[in-house]
Design a protein around this ligand. Structure first.
Ligand code: 13P
Ligand code: ZN
Length: 274
C-alpha cells in the first residue's frame, strides 16, 4: 500500500482529474485543499517524512484550525499532471498550534510549496468550518470560463449574480439557495484577498472572484465539485441564451424560485427576491 492508494488520496486525485477534464485548469490554474479527519491523518502517518519542513507563516490566522492537516495542490503545479505524478504535484501540510503557519509533512518531492492561494483556502476553511459545525472539509478554486465572462458584463453584486444564476437553471435554487458572494477584482495570492473572500464565505458557500474564477466549499468532494459544476453550467446557459442575440425574453419568476425552494425544502435567500 502506498500513500496514493489511500481512499482519501484517490478521491482527491480523481477530483483534480475531473476539474482538468472540464477545462477549468489551464496550466497551473486552480487549487484544491482538503481538511483531513484524525483517522485519515493516522492512516497516513507511516508515509510522512521523517523530518517535517520548516514552519512558514501565512499572514493570516485561523485559531480554530490549529493542529489540523490539509492535502493541498502545489503552487505552480498543473491539475493535468496530478494523477500521473501525485507525489510531485501534491502535499500534506500540518498547521501549528497558533493556527498561523504550515509545514510540509508529505509530498512535493521535487520541491515547492502549497498553492499561492493557501491563505484564502485556509481562511475559507476557518469560517466554513465554524459556519457548518466542522462539516466543511473541501475548498476548491477553479478558473471557470463562463462565470468569469459574466464578471465582465453583470454588476459585481451578490444579488445580481445570485439572481442570474438561479434563473439560469431550475436546479440552481435547490443547489445553492443561499446564493453566491462576489469579490471585486484584487491581486490574488495574499492575505488581503483571503480576508475579503472569507468575509463572503461567512455568508455563502461560494465566492466569485471578478475576472479570475470561483471558490466553493463543501463537506466532501462530490458536493463541492457539484457546486462548482452547477454554478459554471448556469453561467454557461446564461451566456448561451444571451449569445442568441435577442436578450432574455422570459425567465423563472421570483415566485417560481420561491415555489422551487418551498417544494424542495430549502431556504432561499429572500432578500435577493422581488
Ligand atoms: P497556484 O499555482 O499557486 O495554485 O495558483 C494558481 C491560481 O489559480 C492562482 O489563483
Ligand atoms: Zn486562480
Amino acid at each position: 500500500m502506498a500513500m496514493t492508494d489511500l481512499p482519501i488520496m484517490k478521491r482527491y486525485i480523481r477530483t483534480c482529474r475531473d476539474g482538468w477534464d472540464q477545462g477549468w485548469h489551464e496550466r497551473n490554474g486552480g487549487n484544491l485543499t482538503y481538511r483531513l479527519t484524525k483517522a485519515e491523518v493516522d492512516s497516513m502517518r507511516t508515509f510522512f517524512n521523517d523530518k517535517p519542513g520548516e514552519w512558514v507563516n501565512m499572514g493570516v490566522t485561523g485559531a480554530n484550525l490549529a493542529g489540523e492537516y490539509f492535502i493541498a495542490t502545489g503552487s505552480g503545479k498543473f491539475f493535468r499532471n496530478v494523477d500521473i505524478d501525485p507525489e510531485d504535484s501534491l502535499c500534506v501540510v500540518e498547521i501549528n498550534d497558533k493556527g498561523d503557519s504550515w509545514r510540509i509533512v508529505w509530498g512535493l518531492v521535487n520541491g515547492g510549496r502549497p498553492t499561492s492561494e493557501f491563505p484564502t483556502h485556509f481562511m475559507n476553511h476557518s469560517v466554513r468550518c465554524a459556519a457548518t459545525n466542522g462539516a466543511c472539509r473541501v475548498i476548491y478554486h477553479a478558473h471557470t470560463p463562463n462565470l468569469i465572462a459574466l464578471t465582465y458584463v453583470l454588476p459585481l453584486t451578490d444579488r445580481d449574480f445570485s439572481r442570474v444564476l438561479w434563473q439560469s437553471a431550475t436546479e440552481c435554487p435547490v443547489v445553492f439557495p443561499g446564493g453566491v458572494g462576489v469579490v471585486p477584482w484584487m491581486v490574488p495570492g495574499g492575505a488581503e484577498i483571503a480576508m475579503a473572500t472569507c468575509e463572503k464565505m461567512k455568508e455563502y458557500d461560494a465566492a466569485v472572484w471578478a475576472h479570475h474564477g470561483l471558490f466553493v466549499s463543501g463537506p466532501d468532494f462530490d458536493t463541492t465539485f457539484g457546486l462548482m459544476h452547477t454554478i459554471e453550467k448556469a453561467a454557461q446557459i446564461y451566456v448561451l441564451a444571451m449569445s442568441c442575440g435577442q436578450g432574455i425574453r422570459q425567465t423563472i419568476s421570483d415566485d417560481g424560485l420561491r415555489a422551487i425552494a418551498h417544494d424542495f425544502g430549502v431556504k432561499i435567500k429572500e432578500e435577493f427576491l422581488d
